[in-house]
Design a binder for this molecule. Structure first.
Ligand code: SF4
Length: 698
């Protein structure tokens, strides 16, 4: 018979926060290839993950039937590493039995130990509608604000500093604004690996004549395009940034008119950074004083500078201070609110912006209204028709700490994998195993699902309709391209089913109904409707009118603070939580590899991506490998105060001596067995980027 025709379904890439628009080319219910579409964030471009990372959908590991734990089968953290042993502790169940068990276990804890003994982790890989319903379920059905997601492990400190400084946690300009920038300041970010299509726009801007300044302890591919490369010492971000502020304010290079009209706190900042002369900071931050002075002058003199940052800034026990110093730098120079200028923390997951906007945060209701803000609290109670607890809930790491103490006893986890993504995994896995009741909704029997009581087989992104919001504040429409496999169900319908079993009278049948309710709860979505997104595919918020394009550059006239002015918040220098010493002489840093996504659940089951990077490797400077007496490819052991992993070594000339890099996608050498769980006191984000380690030949 003649081959079925190929049809192309317009959607969005499910991986990073760039939000590339894709076309899923489908034949006979299968995606044959993925092509780039002309979306505002990608203009037809895709990286290797977007292009090849889709065949996980049909991987033999895909869950297609609900699972329930066999009576008496013990939860053992070691099962996280042994899928066959983990699977043997479950039996298949009907949806009716699985949902009944899921709900009754949660109700038993809520009604016995109280709402505070429950918690939920939603997902930045789900749609906006799923994120909104998930947090509504936890707040109104569980009765607690103990709801969070991976933003806590990603940019929570950036958001805290942005809210405090300018009154908004989202970017002030898209990364595509580099087309108008005279200077691009890229710090603590590796876009060629983590936001690859955004990196291509940076390269375009440099080719046009923009000056690129990169700043990171570890070199990156973009250094080759940079005019200035600031290789500062690990953890000394504030020392470098305060030294730049010192130069700008001491030499009166700041934008005095902008500051006078729109920014408070300049004199306090000026006196604070007076002690941070580059000559006083160069030994601490490792950048020569004359280079700090030169870069500070160039940044201040630039007509328009765009500041982009990643988790090198945010994933730190002083991440909020790092971001405060960076925000202050942009504000004193007036590099906000005009073409080619702005503040842009590059978001990780494809929908971490949208999930955060939708309220998947323990201290914030939708659109970043604090749970204890009386007006916001009353408005949400009126909309939802349920009494709400005003007390902020616990964050991701705090929830697992509370589970370890037996205070959190039941959890619902949708699409997150804390048994791989939390710091100090041995403790995190033990805490998950200790829960009386764990319900996991996912595509695979992940390391977290291995410790569940009930596992609900869910929908992958190319199987669902829904919206997502990228790093640029652009809300985009995703469309189902292929059918669900076997007995898997739509995530949205699972959340609704659970809510009804918890006694909530929910009737949502389609994500468009949820989006309509979100638009009532979230002024940021004004003039953006499901129908408009279906027509236009992408709309950036804020959108001033039903058919007017969204504003890409915001805060041209005023900041969204009560008096319209921004606030400078001085940041002090502090050392990393763990400094290298005789026992642990290296500094371990962790992050992504280009080919893999987060805990590897999807990309390690995508054939091409897995073939490109099939195993964990630990990277060191070539000289360090020689000193250890190992050749690239030899196995090495990395040990910290929390744990040990062993894997092959790789030489990376971009790493400074004394630093070791381990990606966190690999179960068999899980980087987070090693990382430090201590938190930034304001953003409550763990310092994933640095801890002391020992490295030796295995
Ligand atoms: Fe997907 Fe990000 Fe790659 Fe674009 S850059 S194709 S959104 S992973």
């Amino acid at each position: 018979r003649a081959a079925a025709p190929v049809r192309e379904v317009a959607s969005v890439c499910p991986y990073c926060g760039v939000g590339c628009q894709v076309g899923f080319r489908v034949r006979d219910g299968r995606i044959e290839e993925v092509v780039g579409r002309d979306g505002p964030a990608n203009q037809g471009r895709l990286c290797v993950k977007g292009r090849f990372g889709f065949d996980y959908l049909a991987h033999p590991d895909r869950l297609t039937t609900p699972l329930v734990r066999i009576d008496g089968a013990a939860k053992d953290p070691a099962d996280c590493l042994d899928p066959a042993r983990a699977r043997a502790k479950f039996r298949e169940a009907t949806w009716e039995e699985a949902m009944g068990r899921a709900a009754s276990g949660l109700l038993r804890i809520r009604d016995g130990a109280g709402p505070g003994a429950l918690a939920g982790f939603g997902s930045a890989k789900g749609s906006n509608e799923e994120a909104y319903l998930f947090q509504k379920l936890v707040r109104t059905g569980f009765g607690t604000n103990n709801v969070d997601h991976c933003t806590r492990l990603c940019h929570a400190s950036s958001v805290a500093a942005l809210l405090e400084g300018i009154g908004s946690g989202a970017v002030t300009a898209p990364f595509t604004a580099v087309k108008d920038a005279d200077l691009i300041f890229l710090i603590g970010a590796r876009p060629t690996e983590n936001h690859p299509v955004a990196a291509t726009f940076l390269k375009d801007a440099v080719a046009r004549g923009a000056m690129l300044v990169t700043a990171d302890p570890r070199g990156s591919a973009l250094d080759r395009c940079a005019t200035e490369v600031l290789r500062f010492a690990p953890g000394q971000d504030v020392a470098l940034l305060n030294a730049m502020l010192h130069v700008i304010l001491a030499e009166n290079l700041h934008d005095a008119a902008f500051v006078a009209g729109r920014v408070d706190g300049i004199e306090r900042l000026r006196s604070h950074v007076a002690a941070y002369a580059p000559e006083a900071m160069e030994a601490r931050c490792g950048v020569p004083a004359d280079q700090i002075r030169r870069v500070a002058r160039r940044y201040a003199a630039s007509p328009a500078a765009l500041t982009l940052w990643g988790m090198g800034i945010s994933q730190s026990v002083h991440g909020t201070d790092n971001a405060r110093a960076l925000i202050a730098l942009a504000l004193v120079c007036g590099h906000v609110g005009k073409p080619g200028a702005g503040l842009h923390p590059l978001r990780g997951q494809n929908n971490v912006q949208g999930a955060s906007d939708a309220g998947l945060i323990p201290m914030m209701l939708p659109d970043y209204h604090r749970t204890d803000d009386p007006a916001a609290h009353a408005a949400m109670e009126a909309l939802w028709g349920v009494a709400l607890d005003p007390r902020p809930g616990l964050t991701v790491v705090e929830i697992l700490e509370a589970a370890g103490r037996g205070e959190i006893r039941g959890m619902f986890i949708m699409g997150e994998n804390p048994a791989m993504s939390d710091p100090d995994l041995a403790h995190a896995r033990a805490a998950l195993a200790r829960l009386d009741h764990l319900v996991v909704q996912d595509l695979f029997l992940t390391e977290t699902a291995a410790l569940a009581d009930v596992v609900l087989p869910a929908s992958a992104w190319p199987e669902k309709d829904g919206t997502v919001t990228n790093s640029n504040r652009t809300v985009q429409m995703g469309r189902a391209a292929v059918p669900l496999p076997g007995g898997a169900r739509q995530d949205l319908s699972i959340i609704v089913d659970l809510a009804r079993r918890l006694g909530l009278p929910w009737t949502y049948a389609h994500p468009r109904e949820v989006f309509a309710e979100m638009a009532q709860a979230m002024p940021s979505l004004a003039n953006i409707t499901w129908e408009r997104l279906a027509r236009q595919n992408a709309v950036t918020y804020p959108s001033p009118a039903p058919d007017a394009p969204g504003r890409e550059i915001v805060f041209a006239d005023r900041f969204p603070t009560p008096d319209g002015r921004a606030r400078l918040v001085p940041a002090g220098v502090s050392d990393p939580a763990e400094a290298p010493d005789a026992d642990y002489p290296f500094m371990l840093t962790t992050g992504r590899a280009l080919e893999h996504w987060h805990t590897g659940a999807m990309t390690r089951r995508a054939g091409v991506l897995d073939a490109l990077e099939p195993a964990a490797t630990v990277s060191l400077a070539p000289a360090e490998l020689r000193r250890l007496g190992v050749a690239p490819g030899d196995r090495v052991r990395v040990t910290t105060r929390r744990g040990m992993v062993e894997c092959a070594s790789r030489a990376d000339p971009a790493l400074p001596d004394g630093m070791v890099f381990l990606p966190f996608a690999f179960r068999e050498a899980a980087a987070n067995l090693l990382t430090d769980p201590r938190l930034d006191p304001i953003g409550h984000i763990p310092g994933f980027k640095l801890c002391a380690a020992r490295v030796e030949a295995a």
